[in-house]
Ligand binder design. Structure first.
Ligand code: FES
Ligand SMILES: [Fe+2]
Length: 325
């Protein structure tokens, strides 16, 4: 998973000071330099002082302990007290690839990897609402939760859908570049609060999983794509994951800020329910380590999530099924 690009922060979080983040159990320091975003190991090669506790001086990262300075390639450029000009020949500070893109700061834990996340660009002409939080849980369970439509009528009863009034839905599972998608049709009779407010005109929707733990939910009406919701799940350290959500709406007679203002409290409630459930699942997984999971054909995405996290080929089996959502 190390050669994927992952977002680690909202771009607006990163101001003048260097900041510490965790990505795939690595502790990294991230800052803005005149050459762009820089991500490096958060440990001074001199005495392991955290470099994120230092500051940026003339575009370089200065350690807060003895003042060693490093440039954006990890070369040592200054040792206070030495009195001579330094001319270091090699980089001594691990430097990763980093980039700002679509409101987020992205990092790849390998050096010099060209920026190529696998997902499609978000709709360029739309305002993006980006949001970040932390979720404690198994990364596979989190991915499954946000792709799985079947729990929405149950765990989120009354909010997204209602468990009393299910609709027959067709799901078409297809391979896509670097991932898998499910297309759901006949969702026009959505029941819960969000469904009632925003699902009325929806003709079909997509749930996509792309390498790099990216989930795209896309809701279509006769007029085009009404709403997109991208979720990115980033393992940081231990059982902690970052969760990014990026939402866009189609422009209609209702202002977009208004749609976001109306819908976000419901998303927030649903997210709290998911967070709580995922944490309970994790606790139980620790408790019942040996037990195998049982699935049915309705659990469309689970095999692909597991293969993706294991760095295996996805081997998508294309098929059409029916379910009652
Ligand atoms: S520990 Fe960083 S300069 Fe000494
Ligand atoms: Fe959920």
């Amino acid at each position: 998973m190390e050669n994927y690009w992952y977002p680690i922060a909202l771009a607006k979080e990163l101001k003048k000071a260097p900041k510490c983040y965790y990505l795939l159990n690595q502790k990294i320091v991230v800052y803005r330099s005149p050459h762009g975003i820089v991500a490096q190991k958060d440990s001074c090669p001199h005495r392991k002082f955290p470099l994120s506790a230092g500051k940026i001086v003339n575009g370089r990262l200065q350690c807060g302990y003895h003042g060693w300075e490093f440039d954006d390639k990890g070369f040592l450029t200054e040792v206070p007290g030495m009195g001579t000009q330094l001319n270091s020949k090699c980089s001594m500070l691990n430097t990763y690839s980093a980039q700002e893109y679509e409101d987020l700061i992205w990092v790849c834990l390998e050096e010099n990897v060209a920026f190529k996340p696998y997902q499609k660009d978000l709709l360029k002409d739309r305002k993006l609402y980006s949001f970040k939080t932390t979720i404690i849980g198994d990364t596979a369970d989190i991915l499954e939760n946000f792709l799985d439509p079947l729990h929405t009528a149950f765990l989120h009863d009354g909010i997204i859908r209602s468990k009393g009034k299910r609709n027959l839905t067709h799901a078409e599972i297809r391979a896509i570049p670097h991932g898998v998608e499910a297309k759901y049709t006949e969702e026009s009779n959505q029941t819960g609060l969000i469904g009632n407010l925003f699902g009325r005109n929806i003709t079909h929707s997509f749930g996509r999983l792309t390498k790099g733990n990216i989930i795209d939910l896309e809701f279509h009406s006769k007029n085009g794509i009404d709403m997109t919701n991208r979720f990115i799940i980033v393992p940081t350290q231990g059982d902690e994951n970052l969760f990014f959500s990026q939402i866009t709406f189609r422009k209609t007679f209702l202002p977009i800020w208004f749609k976001y203002a109306v819908v976000s409290p419901f998303f927030y409630i649903a997210l709290q329910q998911d967070k709580k459930g995922i944490k309970q699942q994790l606790d139980n997984k620790h408790h019942f380590k040996e037990d195998k999971l049982r699935s049915t054909y309705l659990d469309i995405m689970k095999p692909y999530i597991d293969r993706m996290l294991n760095q295996e080929e996805l081997k998508v089996i294309e098929k059409d099924i029916e379910m009652h959502l």
